[in-house]
Design a protein around this ligand. Structure first.
Ligand code: FUB
Length: 322
């Protein structure tokens, strides 16, 4: 019997776990960390990941985890130059769409799509990135009506500060202090699941007074968007990056606006914190990572899971990481 939280796959370093339930089984799509020897910098130069694996299990608390092996690598995709960062998978009409962030050959982050007939792959990559895509950390959320929304964006090395109104700026602007925080983005996918159906829209997070969170607020969005739905309410959760928290905000529409509700997880060992939230066999879980097994090496992260509980007032209990 394991005690939670539990390291799910101590055999290898993996991070940014996107958990999804497909065909009654729990699948995890992580980033695949390794020691590339790259120098650590504020743009994430040390996250030089070159491929993706998929993990699965049928008992989150005690079950054995299967590594189904490599499902996509940098050399498989013509447009990708380097750094395969966070990804997620959505199912539509029996096909599985891996949506991932990677740098193109000009070192600009784009989102790509690869398609499979099974959640375990093999995934066949599209020749080009999604038109109009930029930045990192896609979360593919399927709503109850079958529509699929992709949330994305990340500051600093994630390049979100280079864009305004979906256009590249001549020079990047990172808001500070009392300026409005940079928002995550969301776009509905079209019927082909290969392109956005619309221009990405900002995900605005409001404080309790209805004002957008400011750039100097330690609870503002930084990266690692995730969406889940509970009791008909939309829960947008995210990492605050340089303040190292996982936070969440709630709203009545997949587009928001969302109202800040609290901290989900205090800082973990390692600079980054990144997660997913999913219900499996009647229990909600937080999947996340930390760097305890690598003795704090920030680019060698390990995937963990802990139970998550919603309160009757719609808030979430802070997750215990010990
Ligand atoms: O794994 C590389 C980057 O680190 C992710 O894209 C971020 O969310 C952070 O976890």
């Amino acid at each position: 019997m394991n005690k939670l939280p539990r390291y799910l796959f101590p055999e290898d370093y993996m991070a940014d776990p996107s958990a999804n339930v497909f065909n009654g089984r729990l699948y995890i799509y992580p980033s695949h960390d390794w020691d590339s020897g790259a120098t650590e910098d504020d743009n994430g130069g040390h996250f030089e990941m070159k491929d993706y694996h998929v993990l699965s299990l049928d008992d989150v608390e005690n079950g054995e985890v299967t590594d189904h092996g490599q499902i996509l690598c940098v050399d498989d995709v013509d447009w990708v130059g380097r750094q395969m960062w966070d990804n997620d998978v959505a199912e539509r009409d029996g096909k599985y769409y891996l949506i991932y962030s990677a740098k193109d050959k000009c070192d600009i982050f784009r989102l790509g799509v690869a398609v499979a007939d099974s959640p375990e792959g093999p995934f066949r990559p599209q020749q080009d990135p999604i038109r109009g895509s930029y930045s990192i950390d896609p979360c593919a959320f399927k709503d109850d009506d079958g529509e699929i929304y992709v949330y994305f964006g990340g500051l600093w090395g994630g390049q979100l500060q280079r864009y305004r109104d979906n256009k590249a700026l001549e020079s990047a602007h990172l808001p500070a202090g009392d300026e409005d925080a940079l928002p995550s983005r969301v776009a509905k996918m079209d019927d082909s699941m290969l392109q956005f159906a619309e221009e990405p829209k900002p995900i605005v997070i409001l404080d309790a007074d209805g004002n957008p969170l400011k750039a100097g607020n330690p609870h503002r969005f930084f990266e690692a968007s995730w969406m889940h739905k509970y009791n008909g309410r939309y829960y947008f959760s995210y990492s605050t990056g340089d303040s190292h928290l996982l936070c969440y905000a709630t709203g009545d529409s997949p587009y928001g606006p969302f109202t800040f509700r609290g901290v989900l997880l205090d800082p973990v060992v390692g600079w980054t914190t990144h997660h997913s939230i999913v219900e499996y066999k009647g229990q909600w879980y937080l999947f996340y990572h930390d760097c305890v097994p690598s003795d704090g090496v920030t680019w060698l992260r390990s995937v963990k899971v802990q139970r998550l509980y919603h309160n009757s007032d719609g808030t979430i209990m802070k997750v215990v990481n010990e």
